[in-house]
Design a protein around this ligand. Structure first.
Ligand code: LLP
Length: 423
């Protein structure tokens, strides 16, 4: 069930009217549904049944400490990509043995931090990194549990900026060098090589690329075992896509012009790879981010001005690329809807922010209900990769974040004040 919905023309998050939140806490404002996040997590985690697995939440999607805490309490593990995310994961209460650390450019101090905290796995992406992990582990008189991230050269058919499993991408070890890399890992002191990791990209909308990656990983586990390398752990990464178009429907809303995304629900992605992955007899970890939090979040924004030129109609709102970077960076599509529906008249507009860049827009050439000054709007499906990419560019203050649970409302991050700009 969707927890952001219309009732009598008013947009709600769980039992709370979003118009009331915008008035009380001001805009721009991020609002998340706790119930939606937990339902999303439980659907993915539950899809594994009795299998030995850990669903590691990818912190990069949304690292608000309150969100992390509730996922840790729900039994999630954590996929971190920096010392900062490791710190947040530990603070939120994720058990060390359910934390995995990926990333192509780990610094020595970050490796040291991970080893001192005795996390489950460091996912290594190059031979030089392996050597550094070995050196640091040796110095600390400990053994590093290591996975190696392979680059399967599979096209995830996603946006080029978030496709990670192709040869030309910086991630992982390409197939020609996989055997050699594992052999080096086996020979290095203070390293226990236990896993194989892959992550082919993000916002993947079909099961097929995952199925191909699963087959490849399982084949590698067999080859490596034949070489005497005892793999016991598969980390299959994240990347499950979510719909962005037509996520919310109302008779006053246009049907988005994008073809309705026929994206299978997350549990179907898992079901599509489990039978293959099971053949390896390993523990299987996954690292979903977007599919847990994206549809649980909205960004509330206010119409400052409407403005018409001979070429276009603009709706100038108080949120822009500093609050939500995805449209500017990837041309990403987010549905934008009114908090209160009061008209059936529609018009085609550009929804733009206040930043001094022509690339600062939330929507272009978008048919939507006609808006006027002071109207309140919701940008949909922003729970993932939304707030985390907010910046202080143009002296903007990072917005507040609110968590709704039933009829309860909690500020989980206050809005920044001018003082933050001095730090
Ligand atoms: N694991 C690794 C190693 C990753 O690099 C990522 C995402 C994930 C897991 C989580 O992927 P997810 O389940 O969320 O697709 N800023 C972009 C997305 C960047 C994804 C980076 N890596 C966006 O807004 O679409």
């Amino acid at each position: 069930m969707k927890h952001i919905y219309y009732q009598e023309g008013q947009l709600y998050c769980e039992q709370v009217r979003l118009h009331d939140l915008a008035e009380e806490y001001d805009t721009p404002l991020y609002v998340y549904s706790k119930t939606q996040i937990l339902e999303n997590f439980n659907a993915i985690n539950g899809a594994f049944g009795e299998m030995d697995h850990v669903t590691c939440y990818a912190l990069k999607a949304n690292s608000n400490p309150a969100v992390l805490k509730m996922l840790a309490e729900a039994g999630a593990g954590a996929d971190v990509v920096s010392g900062g995310e490791l710190f947040l994961a530990l603070r939120a209460g994720f058990p060390q043995q359910k934390i995995t650390f990926a990333g192509v450019g780990k610094r020595e101090d970050e490796i040291e931090y991970a080893l001192k905290e005795n996390i489950f796995s460091i996912s290594v992406e190059s031979i030089q990194e392996l050597q550094l992990v070995s050196l640091v582990a040796n110095r600390l008189n400990t053994t590093a549990q290591v996975s190696i991230r392979i680059n399967p050269d599979i096209d995830a058919e996603s946006h080029p900026y978030i496709t990670t499993g192709l040869k030309q991408n910086k991630f992982g070890i390409e197939s020609e060098k996989i055997q050699e890399t594992f052999k080096i890992a086996k020979s290095l002191p203070s390293i226990e090589i236990h896993g194989i990791h892959t992550h082919i990209g993000s916002q993947i909308t079909k099961v097929e690329p995952f199925a191909a990656a699963a087959k490849l990983v399982v084949d590698w586990v067999a080859k490596l075992r034949a070489d005497g390398i005892g793999i016991t752990h598969i980390d299959f990464g994240g990347g499950i896509g979510v719909p962005y178009a037509n996520t919310i429907k109302h008779e006053a809303l246009p049907v988005d012009e994008l073809p309705e995304n026929q994206i299978p629900p997350a549990e179907q992605f898992i079901a599509g790879v489990l039978p293959t992955l099971q053949q390896a007899g390993c523990s299987v970890w996954v690292e979903p981010g977007r599919s847990i939090v994206a549809d649980a979040g909205v960004l509330l924004t206010k119409v400052l001005y409407t403005k018409e030129t001979s070429a276009r109609k603009f709706v100038v709102v108080d949120a822009g690329m500093t609050e939500l970077l995805r449209p500017s960076l990837y041309g990403a599509y987010h549905q934008i809807v009114p908090l209160s529906i009061d008209t059936f008249v529609q018009e085609k507009v550009d929804v733009v922010g206040p930043i001094c860049e022509s690339g600062d827009f939330l929507a272009r050439d978008r048919l939507m209900p006609k808006t006027k000054q002071q109207d309140l709007l919701a940008v949909m499906t922003v729970g993932a990769y939304g707030f985390v990419s907010a910046s202080n560019y143009n002296g903007r203050l990072r917005p507040a974040e609110i968590l709704v649970n039933g009829d309860r409302v909690r500020v989980i991050r206050p809005r920044q004040t001018f003082d933050h700009l001095l730090q």
